[in-house]
Write a protein that binds this ligand. Sequence first.
Ligand code: SF4
Length: 383
Amino acid sequence: MMSNIPQYSNDSAGIYIHIPFCRKACHYCDFHFSTNTTYQDEMVDAICLELKLRSKELAHTKIETIYFGGGTPSVLTINQLQSILQTLRDNYSIHPQVEITLEANPDDLSADYIELLYKSGINRLSIGIQSFDESELKWMNRSHTVEQSYIALDVLEDLHFIDYSIDLIFGSPLCTDEVWSKNIEEISRYRSPHLSCYNLTVEPNTVLHHSIKSGQVIPLEDDMHAALYQLTHDTLTSLGYEHYEISNYARPGSYSRHNTGYWMGNHYLGIGPGAHSYNGTERSWNVSNNALYLQSLKLHTLPSEVETLTDTDKYNESIMVGLRTMWGVERKRLQLTHGQEQYVEAMISQKLVVVTPERLVLSERGRFQSDRIASQLFKEASL
Ligand code: SF4
């Protein structure tokens, strides 16, 4: 599976647009969003202004991918989305085969809305299904029901023109082998070219975190998370999906071009409150507060902070993200100490690492532990 390995490109980039609104607050979520959707128009105007103010940053670069993330971008009306898309067309050089993805919740996806999205230029949807189990959805405090998920997916089956991806989450305290098996088996009913299966993590200051701290919720054991991860891999690869990144599966070649760009180290511009950008040497991030973001844009100033990355930062990050993918990292780029080479040998004998003449790749089991293994290969790791 090592053909067509995506490459770093310095003359193309992606744009991420953060839409910071949601209908409900999911109990596990620590993304930046507000459930107060009354000032959506104002936010869309500010996002358009930020796009104009920052267009020089990608003046000589073709925009290969655009990604509306959040939050829940599908809370926006077609007119609001069209106004952002028009600003993009007026101020950036957009590749004719651009991938434009919009994250959407099933309760927003009527056939009419999807057709209008497509006519506006959005050619890929990433749908937050999360679970086909009603009790789990309720526990997560999602805004939609299982029935709404089925309706949205049936509509997508009929509308062949639009590409889509399904998001699922495993590892909630209600997630048994049976619940999760049913979730991933449901996938076989759909053509879904792409799937993201995230392992639920407990983030600080979320409702989930407080419920665990107060003893109301007992989290699953680590072994159970690992077993669910393996079950996901076994089921989805038997359905013909490639497991191309720790949490991502695709029909052959139907990778998310936008996310693959991140993993290859390509440049990207992040627009909207809380969005991050990377230009090859600096990482910057906008303030994660809707009111402060709007205030700042009213004064035509960018509400962002910047950090310059050292060569070591960039090297370590490329190891971290590369090892999460099925392409791994190029061996010629590795600068391992003697201790790290011995560590790799030990990982090979434990069948966690595989080496080819060109690349170092983690096995399925290794990928589930990729953060731990990658950190041992960092520059300045204490081996
Ligand atoms: S819809 Fe998505 S962004 Fe919004 S609260 Fe739920 S998980 Fe978080």
